[in-house]
Design a protein around this ligand. Structure first.
Ligand code: FUL
Length: 664
């Protein structure tokens, strides 16, 4: 049997995959990545060495195919787009879903141009409204004026993905705040029925996204109550089985295949291992820290996906049009997700037209421009590669396999050589500030730690050192100029198998990454005074108005249900226009006492308060603890404001890093 590799299917690092179907991708990647294990011409070589044994847990074929994607998009779109919320309560009238100018084609084209390999659509978010005409509910597009009730957003987006060579994935929220049977057995059947619709009617699905979020309360067919579910409620094993049956190539996020990275900020741990220690393959109750970094050594291959929005919220809000992440910020996230061996799932929320807002498009184009300018040229191409060890002196494992721009080949050493060196002689002084490394994943994650040296003044000088390589490891630093670079594997669990060593030079103007999204500017707080219903020693109310988000007010008393409500009352010293409030959650990485339900009261004299001027929820604050900007219109004027924490996400006494008033 002659082994030929179809060049179109070879997954060269510098060559993007020109495929549109998951099956094709899976087949091509597996072939390319495992080709060295099976090529018969190996036998013709005199010094034929055996490839090394895989080390530890290894990726499944579908995980391997997913690793190759690296960057794809999320589309958060539903009734929330029209109610300006992040979590709909489930009581929305389907008639409010009415995009004026939906253009799935344009959405897919923009995603493709940005370099994304697929799109995952919120077919149903927590509000329960279905973007396709599900035969199991009336709470869907069939009752929207959009396309006279004959529309199907899932169809339009999935078709557009096919047309533009993108993979398509589904998000079907397990938590459903609309369904009367939620938290009872009948709902689980309903959920599976809907999943079957999505997995059978829209072609190949590359990823099925299971969201663990659940705030408890909802409309639930008019009951308007809080419903608790137990850990076994959803019966996940059976649901996973359905996905495997209907879409065997699909990976399941927060199921058996891919783990959440532990934050919604787009940042993987450093290092971020693709393995985790589990009794079960899925993460279950893994801590955020464990999800963020993984475990070494791990019992299961369970790589991380970084989900993050291009705006502060997941859904479109016109008020965030000027808070879209900059291209530089997106590049920074790319390095901290893809560059740490995870994938980047970047959310692009369609607006009320059903289009990606111009500001988001501009940022995406900027991102692509920078990535192309950085990665289109590999400065190590054509260099001379030598290594301290080559497996069996077999040319199939020689040093140059790390710089041949082919992810299917790799440099590998003899079994005993666990701390080898790879020297890249560039032939002339070359400037770069990005180094890209990859391991040959079918053999597992083998490298624990590595360092990079440059040749300077007749000796090696270290300029980088870190842990873990995995699917991809990007080092980004100040510009280095040298004619020789050395990769030192400083610790490995098994002889290394390195499939890529590449050098790149970023356009100088983007090197200082701006990582901040401008927060809403608040009124200056001079002369303000604050008092709270309770405070823990050292965590007084005044710390919520000191302009310093690293200090916080923390209420005292109780735990569980007794923790809230609690009030913090602010005296502005003079009548002040109250455009709303800004609640800044604690910034110390802790999640205790995050307020998720609030009421706001105002008073002229600090004695008479009346009805609240605003009430609501800070949806999703636990997973995405960003500043919450609540607007009150028309804006009243008052000297006193009371922020009442009605409920906290974890039932602990409320906390606030800052409470402010929007300045405009
Ligand atoms: C979270 C959800 O609660 C958010 O609304 C969003 O969908 C995000 C991707 O996942 O858990």
């Amino acid at each position: 049997m002659a082994a030929t590799v179809d060049p179109a299917l070879v997954t060269g690092a510098a060559r993007p995959y020109a495929v549109s179907k998951m099956q094709t991708i899976t087949a091509s990647i597996i072939r390319a990545l495992t080709v060295t294990l099976a090529i018969p011409w190996m036998a013709e070589m005199s010094s034929a060495a055996q490839p090394p044994e895989p080390h530890g847990p290894v990726p499944t074929p579908r995980q391997l195919a997913w690793h190759a994607l690296e960057f794809y998009g999320f589309l958060h779109f539903t009734v929330n787009t029209f109610t300006d919320k992040e979590w709909g309560y489930g009581d929305e009238n389907p008639e409010i879903f009415n995009p004026t100018d939906i253009d799935a084609d344009a959405i897919a084209r923009i995603a493709r141009e940005a370099g994304m390999r697929g799109l995952i659509l919120t077919c149903k978010h927590h509000d329960g409204f279905c973007l396709w005409p599900s035969k199991y509910t009336e709470h869907c597009v069939r009752h929207s004026p959009w396309r006279d009730g004959k529309g199907d957003v899932v169809r339009e987006i999935s078709d557009a993905c096919k047309k533009h060579g993108l993979l398509f994935g589904t998000y079907l929220s397990p938590w459903d705040r609309n369904h009367p049977e939620y938290a009872r057995p009948a709902y689980v059947q309903y959920y599976r029925n809907q999943l079957r619709e999505l997995l059978t009617q829209y072609g190949p699905i590359f990823e099925v996204w299971f969201d663990g979020a659940n705030g408890g309360d909802g409309y639930y067919g008019g009951a308007r109550e809080r419903r608790q579910i137990g850990a076994d409620y959803y019966g996940w094993e059976e649901t996973y089985r359905i996905v495997r049956e209907l879409q065997p190539d699909a990976v399941m996020f927060s199921g058996p295949d891919i783990r959440w990275v532990g934050n919604e900020a787009g940042i993987a741990g450093d290092p971020c291992w693709s393995t985790i220690n589990r009794d079960e393959p899925q993460a279950g109750d893994a801590s955020r820290e464990q999800r963020n970094r993984g475990d070494r050594p791990g019992t299961h291959w369970y790589p991380a996906e970084c989900d993050v929005s291009i705006r502060p919220g997941w859904f479109y809000h016109a008020a965030e049009d000027d808070r879209v992440r900059t291209p530089e910020n997106l590049v920074d996230l790319y390095f901290k997700s893809v560059g740490r061996g995870a994938s980047l799932l970047l959310n692009l929320p369609p607006d009320r037209r059903g289009r990606i807002h111009e500001n988001d498009v501009a940022s995406l184009r900027g991102l692509r421009k920078i990535l192309d300018a950085t990665f289109s040229r590999d400065l190590a191409t054509g260099a001379k590669a030598t290594a301290s060890s080559v497996r069996g002196s077999d040319p199939r494992f020689s040093a140059d396999k790390a710089i041949d721009n082919d992810r299917g080949t790799y440099w590998c050493t003899d079994d005993g050589a666990k701390a080898p060196e790879l020297i890249i002689d560039l032939g002339r002084a070359t400037s770069f500030n990005v180094v890209s490394l990859r391991e040959h994943l079918p053999l597992g994650q083998r490298v624990d730690a590595w360092a990079l040296d440059r040749w300077a003044d007749g000796r090696w000088e270290e300029f980088a050192a870190a842990k873990a390589i995995g699917n991809r490891r990007l080092w980004r630093g100040p510009e280095i100029t040298t004619d020789r670079v050395r990769l030192r594997i400083t610790a490995a669990a098994a002889c290394p198998a390195i499939s890529e060593f590449a050098l790149h030079r970023e356009p100088p103007e983007v090197r200082v990454a701006s990582t901040q999204q401008a927060a809403t500017a608040g009124l200056p707080k001079t002369g303000w005074q604050a008092a709270a219903t309770s405070e823990r020693p050292g965590f007084g109310a005044s710390l919520a108005i000191d302009g310093n988000p690293s200090t916080l007010w923390q209420a005292a008393s109780g735990g569980g249900d007794g923790a809230a409500p609690q009030d913090i009352t602010i005296d502005f010293g003079k009548a002040t226009r109250i455009r709303g409030i800004i609640y800044v959650p604690r910034t110390d990485g802790e999640t205790r006492g995050l307020v998720d339900k609030y009421a706001i009261f105002i008073s002229r004299d600090g004695k008479e308060w009346g009805e609240p001027v605003a009430t609501g929820e800070f949806a999703n604050i636990l997973a995405n603890p960003i500043a919450q900007d609540v607007r009150i219109e028309p804006s009243p004027s008052a000297r006193f404001l009371r922020f009442r924490a009605l409920h906290t996400a974890d039932g602990q006494p409320p906390t606030a890093a800052e409470i402010g008033i929007p300045g405009r």
